[in-house]
Every structure is written in C-alpha cells, then in structure tokens.
Design a protein around this ligand. Structure first.
Ligand code: URP
Ligand code: ZN
Ligand code: ZN
Length: 461
C-alpha cells in the first residue's frame, strides 16, 4: 500500500511547512520536496490544502448502557462518521454499570463490539466503577493487555459513581501501574439532592437540568479529584470541563503541583444553556452532563485553549435519539438520557469556530484535537504526529469548503443534530488510516473491520 500526498501545507502541533509525504506499509516513510512514487501508488494533490495528523477523539461512547437505554451507534456507524469528520482514532470508555460482572468480561464485551467492525483505530479507557480485592487484579491484567488509562465517575449516584475509599485506592493503583486516571467530576450526592429538590418543586422540564448540577458542583468534583490525586502523586485528566469555576479549580491544582490536565468538549465551546430552554421539549436534545454552560464561559475556554491551558477538545459522543430515548424524560428531566452527539462534527466545528474566526491558531487546533491526546494516552509519536515512522493517519483539509450540518446527511446513527443548519467552513477532502484512503469529500470509502485496537503502554509513573 503506497500513498503520496503532494504539495500540502503540513501543519502539526508545532510546525507549518509545504512538502510531499510518502507512505509505505502503513507508515510515513519520506517527507520532502518533489517526491516520486511507484506507478501503483495512490496520489493525492493537496495543493492549497492543509495536511494534518489524523485527529484523535479521547472521549467517545459507542457501546453505552446508560440511564435505562443504550447509545445508538455501533462501531460501524460511529467509525464511518468519525472518519468522514477527520477522526482516525477514538478512545472509548469501558463503562460497566453492574458490579457483579467480572471485570475482564467487560473488557472483552467492549472490545468485541469494536474488533472486526471498526473502520478507524480505537482504544479504551478502563472504567473503574468498583475497586476491591476481586476487581483490582483483573484491572491490572487489562492494563497489561494495553489499556493504559482508567475512567472514573464522581457523578451518577447508584450507577457508575465510586466511594471515596475506592477513589483513594484507585489513585494508589493507577500510580503503581503508571496509568493516568480520567475522571467525570461532579459531586454525585449534591446532584442527587438537588434533583430531588427541583422535582419536589414541580420543576421537571429540561431547563432545570442545569440547576441540578450548577458550576460549583463540578468545581467541587475537580477539587475532590485533585486532593485524592495529590495523596499519591497520580496523574489525572478531568473530562468534559465546562465552566469557569471548574477550570479555575483545575488550574489552581496544577499550579500547586498536581499532575492534572483538562479536557473540554466542542459542545461547550459553541453551545450554551439557552438551548435547553427551547420549547416543546426540544431542549432535551441539549441535555448532557456536566450541563451546557452559560454563554460567558465560552470565552474562558477559547482563551484557555489559545494558551494551551486546556489540553484537549473531545466530544463525549453519546448518541440517543430524540424520539423514544430523550422522550423518556418528558415528565422528569432526570430521566433524559444524557449526551449530545458530535463525533462527526468536532473537527469541522473547531476549525470553523476556532481557526476560521482567529480564536486559535492552526497549531493549537492540531494540538488540542490530536497531538495532546496521543501524548497523554501513550500513542505519540505513532499517532498525533507527521513524522517518519508515524502511522500514515493523515487528513487533507480543504479550508475553502462550505457546507451545512444536518441530521438528514450525517452518518452517526441518531435522529437529530444539535447543530442543525449550522454552516461549516472547511472539511476533510481526504482521510487516511495507516496509508489507506478511508474518507473522501464527505463520503466514507474505507474498510469496515480494518480499524485496529491500539495497545498502549503505561507512561504516567
Ligand atoms: O452527558 C454525558 N456526558 N453523557 C455521557 C456519559 C458521561 O458522563 O460521560
Ligand atoms: Zn461524564
Ligand atoms: Zn463520557
């Protein structure tokens, strides 16, 4: 398999230059001027276009039993959509809800959903929703199989959330194994009590979701995580940071020496809580946790991104249909399945609202949407880089494309788009996974089942 990409404006997290890229046997083997290729090679003319390293989404749910239902995508639908949108590697969360299930069965279950069905590369964060003498050795075994990160929930009382004793022991185990702990930071008890209070007052609509988990709830979660991480020197990563209060708490922890990184989501950069107030229950489409923030928070996060204080922009893709699924919470906002699907649109929205508006530069765009995830989660420079020996995961990006997002044309398997009718400025014109063309001008042209499980070594000692 030979691939030559000619005359692209190559952009990495730290460099911009014009050159050709030649790929052989799934890897980048030459970068230079006027490269030639054998007659059988696929040749892509990238004149006037950018060439980015394949984008990485470090927070995705594909198989997700959650809130009495299941997320809608399969690896076939999700990976097609990811690739058309420029994401060549995704990291899914293994979220076991039932404590009885043997842990290694959970890993096999999630991996079985992806193996032979994914068109893009993938790996997992191992959910630690229970930690005791039975699960700890099994989790250690899963780490040895190449899953070098954990996912914990300080939220979702009665489902995924762990006790402080388990939190303390998880931090100790992670430190010993050298894995980073990704964490959903909201105080579960506080949310539970506020939900009860609001429902008791007859406040049942989607617009009350925000008030059941206001900013301090998240800031408390970040402070809690940082305090426990500090006790063991564990490396931690706050997923879906959405508000100034949580961000400042994370920055304060990092400033005093806690090894803490933060993720935000594309939804928080472009949507705000006013969408949850849409009439006729339309607001349910915009329910996720932590909730969409008030609009002034967007400036905080664009600024944080520009300064690279926030490491990554992910999606927390969690697709639930409006009809039949979001509707489960018509009379009670606590029953609306949480999630705003965006796997397909993340890169184009970040480019459109970040780069094209001048809020962030191209290198920061690549850093936040690709390179940082590769570095933090043990895949760099195999992924997240354009360098000799890196996987030939490349995105040829056309900044002059103009188009509109719509549920009618999207590839994710869900019946609405939170970005319906929004204009995008730019999109991938060619996407390759380890040297093979997988998407072209909005169409999937890859191979279902070619996606590989990316084994990762612990790097966070
Ligand atoms: O609303 C969200 N975030 N849904 C997915 C589950 C989670 O918290 O990551
Ligand atoms: Zn979460
Ligand atoms: Zn999530």
């Amino acid at each position: 398999m030979s691939l030559l990409i000619k005359q692209g404006n190559i952009v990495t997290a730290s460099e911009n230059y014009t050159a050709d890229i030649y790929c052989e046997d799934e890897q980048i083997t030459r970068i230079g001027k006027n490269l030639d290729a054998p007659p059988h090679a696929t040749v892509i003319d990238a004149t006037g276009k950018y060439v980015f390293p394949g984008f990485i989404d470090p927070h995705v749910h594909v198989y997700l039993p959650f809130m009495g239902t299941y997320a809608k995508d399969t690896y076939e639908t999700a990976s097609r959509a990811a690739l058309v949108g420029g994401t060549t590697t995704l990291i899914e969360m293994i979220c076991q809800a039932t404590s009885e299930q043997p842990w290694r069965d959970g890993f096999e279950l999630w991996k079985g959903k992806a193996d032979g069905k994914s068109a893009c590369d993938y790996t997992f964060h191992q959910g630690v929703t229970r930690l005791d003498q039975e699960t700890a050795p099994q989790i250690e075994e899963i780490v040895k199989q190449g899953v070098a990160s954990f996912k914990i929930f300080l939220a979702y009382k009665g489902a995924f959330n762990i006790s402080d004793e388990e939190l303390y022991q998880t931090m100790a185990l992670a430190k010993r194994l050298g894995v980073i702990v990704t964490a959903h930071c909201e105080n579960a008890e506080l949310v539970f009590e506020m939900q009860k209070k609001l429902l008791g007052e007859g406040k049942t609509g989607p617009e009350w979701h925000y008030w059941s988990r206001p900013p301090r709830t998240q800031a408390e979660g970040v402070h809690h995580l940082a305090t426990f991480a500090e006790a063991h020197g564990t490396h931690v990563y706050v997923v879906h940071t959405s508000c100034r209060e949580a961000f400042e708490t994370g920055m304060a922890a990092a400033a005093r020496g806690v090894n803490l990184k933060m993720e935000t989501l594309i939804q928080y950069l472009v949507l705000d809580d006013s969408y949850t107030q849409l009439p006729n229950f339309e607001g349910a489409k915009f329910i996720m946790s932590p909730p969409l923030p008030t609009k002034e928070n967007q400036d905080v996060f664009w600024n944080a991104l520009r300064n690279r204080w926030v490491a990554t922009v992910a999606t927390d893709h969690a697709p639930f249909d409006f009809q039949g699924q979001k509707e489960m919470g018509r009379d009670d906002f606590t029953k609306i399945p949480n999630g705003i699907p965006s796997l397909e649109d993340r890169v184009n929205l970040l480019y459109t609202h970040g780069v094209a508006t001048g809020r962030i530069d191209l290198n920061t765009f690549v850093d936040a949407a690709s390179t940082q995830a590769a570095k933090l989660f043990g895949m760099f420079p195999r992924k997240g880089a354009i360098a000799l020996g890196s996987d030939a995961d490349l995105v040829v990006y056309d900044p002059n494309y103009r188009g509109v997002i719509s549920a009618k044309t999207q590839l994710i398997n869900v019946d609405y788009s939170a970005f319906e009718g929004w204009e995008i400025k730019g999109r991938p014109s060619a996407v390759t996974v380890r040297g093979e063309l997988a998407a072209q001008d909005g169409k999937f042209v890859g191979t279902i089942g070619r996606g590989q499980f990316i084994k990762r070594e612990p790097t966070h000692f």
